[in-house]
Design a protein. Structure first.
Length: 161
């Protein structure tokens, strides 16, 4: 472990695709890779070619993958996983993205309660005054009352199958 200090971490760097073939790819920037790596996105065309760029330090590599809608597996797992990645990305600015986060959570059935319960369990395991943090965060969390906005276009999210 100590021998790896200062050594550039192997990382996913970027993805290239046609402009109208794939959208909302996550992660959307440099991400360290430790073991398994998952890339999610929305396939907007019947076929697409993705080129993944990855590497460590100045050395980088690329690999191209072909995607076909006809090869997709039916079900809710993949769309829900994409929605979780999208929600995590939007949560960086949760106040600004409040309405979109609510729509995303309702459309894909992402419930905040498991995350809250996990947080409480972690606080119980780690000694200290963290118990005070939970009520403070509960108060600071945005309410589920949507902001009054004019009716917009149809949902930008893929169908939840």
């Amino acid at each position: 472990m100590i021998g790896s200090l200062g050594v550039p971490a192997f990382a996913f760097l970027s993805v290239d695709s046609g402009p109208d073939t794939v959208a909302d790819v996550f992660p959307n920037g440099r991400t360290p890779v430790h073991g398994r790596f998952t890339l999610t996105g929305r396939l907007r065309a019947d076929e697409a070619s993705l080129t993944l760029h990855y590497g460590a330090g100045a050395a980088s590599q690329s690999r191209t993958y072909a995607l076909r809608r006809a090869d997709a597996v039916a079900g809710r797992l993949v769309p829900r996983f994409w929605a979780q990645q999208r929600a995590a990305d939007l949560s960086v600015f949760s106040e600004r993205n409040h309405g979109e986060l609510l729509r995303l959570g309702r459309r894909f059935g992402i419930d905040p309660w498991p995350a809250r319960l996990l947080f409480v369990l972690i606080l119980m395991v780690i000694p200290g005054s963290q118990i005070l943090i939970y009520p403070i965060l509960w108060i600071l969390m945005p309410s589920e009352q949507p902001n009054p906005t004019p009716a917009g276009p149809a949902s930008p999210y893929p169908p939840a199958a």
